[in-house]
Write a protein that binds this ligand. Structure first.
Ligand code: GDP
Ligand code: MG
Length: 202
């Protein structure tokens, strides 16, 4: 995929704010600090999105970008900050679940996990929601450059076990490992009639 344009569209707090024009959506999710901004920058080879998404007031929103005038990148709010209140966690949950269950939107969820970390309860909740709503998804193990080849293989086995059945891709924003594979997966989703069903691609 050659990225020719990236346009910030809007920041949504609820479904009534989502863009009306139906287009395929690629949504990025993960704990804060997992490497989401770095991955999006690496995919697009530019820094625009991450910058917009991290401006005050927008970090707790769902940010929509139009790529090449034809599909959306959707930056979901990060979760698992050490010191957010229970109230904020609830808001995060409601916002994400509202997005995941918005039925008439065609979406691929790219869920990021740090290849060095244990799977968190919130990661598992995300996985349960994706399964429940039968969403197409791919799990990306980020920061792959931080592990040796053996350690990475071991980590991928562990993640495969935790997220049984889901497609899994290693990624490094530093070395750009996995960039082409992830684009290929995204392109396949955009080109296909793949509906928001069938999250399993093992
Ligand atoms: N070594 C390495 N560091 C990374 C990678 N991706 C992100 N980081 C670092 O991890 C930290 C958090 O990254 P960021 O993209 O801001 O995470 P976000 O909070 O999920 O958006 C930053 O210090 C990045 O430089 C990666 O692939 N390899
Ligand atoms: Mg970020």
């Amino acid at each position: 995929v050659k990225v020719t344009s990236v346009d910030y569209l809007l920041s949504a707090r609820s479904a009534t704010d989502y863009p009306r024009q139906p287009r395929p959506e690629i949504a990025f999710s993960g704990r804060s600090n997992v490497g989401k901004s770095s991955l999006i920058n690496a995919l697009l080879k530019r820094r625009g999105i991450a910058k917009t998404s991290s401006t005050p007031g927008k970090t707790r929103c769902i940010n929509f970008f139009l790529i090449n005038g034809s599909f959306y990148f959707v930056d979901l709010p990060g979760y698992g900050y050490a010191k957010v209140s229970r109230q904020e966690q609830k808001q995060w949950g409601a916002m994400i679940e509202e997005y995941l269950q918005a039925g008439d939107r065609r979406k691929l969820i790219v869920m990021l996990v740090d290849c060095r970390h244990d799977v968190s309860p919130l990661d598992l909740r995300m996985k349960q929601w994706m399964d429940h709503h039968r969403l197409a998804h791919v799990i990306v193990a980020t920061k792959a450059d931080k592990l040796s080849k053996n350690q990475l293989a071991q980590s991928l086995r562990r993640l495969r076990k935790a997220f049984g059945g889901s497609e899994l891709l290693p990624f490094s924003a530093v070395h750009e490992t996995g960039r082409l594979e992830l684009w290929r997966r995204i392109q396949h989703f955009i080109d296909s009639d793949e509906q928001p069903t069938g999250g399993s691609y093992a």
